[in-house]
Design a binder for this molecule. Structure first.
Ligand code: BEZ
Length: 231
C-alpha cells in the first residue's frame, strides 16, 4: 500500500478508509467485507505481552455478546501473522481460550499509520486503539488507551449498545447510560434548535408526550434491549 504522509488519520463521522489487510484468517477488505454489520477494530501494542493477553481473553469471552449485537471483532498489531498464530496457540494451550476473530498482521505499519494508531514516527508499537465502524462503513467512535491500561470490555459493549440505541430511536445517551444519575435509563431528545421547536417541545412535555427540565433538556423512555433478549 502506498503511503501518503500528508493524509490525516480519519475522525469520528468519517468513512472508514478502504484498506486491504492480511489477517490470521486471510485477506480482508475494510470496511467492505463488513457491510451491513458493525465491527470493532482494535489495535494492541504487541503479541506475547501480558496486558494484551488479558484483553484478548476478555474480548474472546465476550465475542458472542458483540455478535448478538451484529458486531464483529478485528484485532491488529504490527507483528507478523506467524507471531499472531503462535500467540493465539499459546492462549489456547495455557489459558484454554480460543481466539477466533481475525488479527491483522500490519508488519509495515501501513494500516496503523493510516488510522493514527502509531504514537509517532519511528515508534514500532501500536497504541490500544478502538474503532467502532457502523454497517454503512462510517467510524462512530474512536478510543485510545495507553500501554499501561487494558481496555474495559463492559464499556465497549455499553458504547456499542448506546450507539445502536441512539441510531434506532434518534436520541442521545446520557452519561453512564443506562444508569444515569439524573434520568436513569431514559434517553435525551436532541435539543430544539429554533424558537418554534423549543415552544413545541414544552407543549409536548405539558401533554405528557415526554419529559423536559427545560426546552433544551427533554428526555424519554426507549425500549432497552436486554442481554438475554435475542429478538
Ligand atoms: C502489555 O500488553 O502487557 C504491554 C504492552 C506494551 C507495553 C507494556 C505492557
Amino acid at each position: 500500500m502506498k503511503q501518503d504522509h500528508n493524509v490525516f488519520p480519519p475522525f469520528i463521522g468519517d468513512r472508514m478508509p478502504r484498506l486491504e489487510v492480511h489477517t490470521t484468517l486471510g485477506k480482508r477488505i475494510l470496511p467492505d467485507d463488513y457491510e451491513g454489520r458493525w465491527f470493532m477494530l482494535f489495535s494492541h501494542p504487541g503479541d506475547f505481552t501480558p496486558v494484551c493477553t488479558t484483553e484478548f481473553v476478555s474480548f474472546a469471552k465476550n465475542q458472542a455478546a458483540f455478535q448478538q449485537m451484529n458486531c464483529e471483532l478485528v484485532g491488529l498489531s504490527i507483528d507478523t501473522v506467524y507471531a499472531h498464530m503462535k500467540w493465539i496457540e499459546w492462549i489456547q494451550t495455557e489459558l484454554g481460550v480460543s481466539i477466533t476473530f481475525p488479527i491483522i498482521a500490519d508488519e509495515l505499519g501501513n494500516v496503523s499509520r493510516r488510522l493514527g494508531m502509531l504514537p509517532r514516527e519511528g515508534v514500532k508499537r501500536t497504541v490500544r486503539s478502538v474503532f467502532f465502524v457502523d454497517p454503512n462503513g462510517y467510524i462512530r467512535l474512536i478510543l485510545t488507551y495507553p500501554d499501561e491500561l487494558g481496555r474495559n470490555t463492559s464499556e465497549l459493549l455499553r458504547a456499542l449498545k448506546g450507539l445502536q440505541a441512539a441510531d434506532a430511536h434518534g436520541v442521545a445517551m446520557p452519561a453512564n447510560w443506562p444508569n444515569n444519575e439524573i434520568i436513569g435509563d431514559q434517553a435525551i431528545i436532541p435539543p430544539a434548535n429554533t424558537v418554534m421547536k423549543a415552544r413545541e417541545r414544552l407543549e409536548a412535555a405539558q401533554a405528557q408526550e415526554f419529559s423536559c427540565f427545560d426546552w433544551w433538556f427533554c428526555y424519554k423512555d426507549i425500549p432497552v434491549r436486554k442481554e438475554t433478549d435475542n429478538s
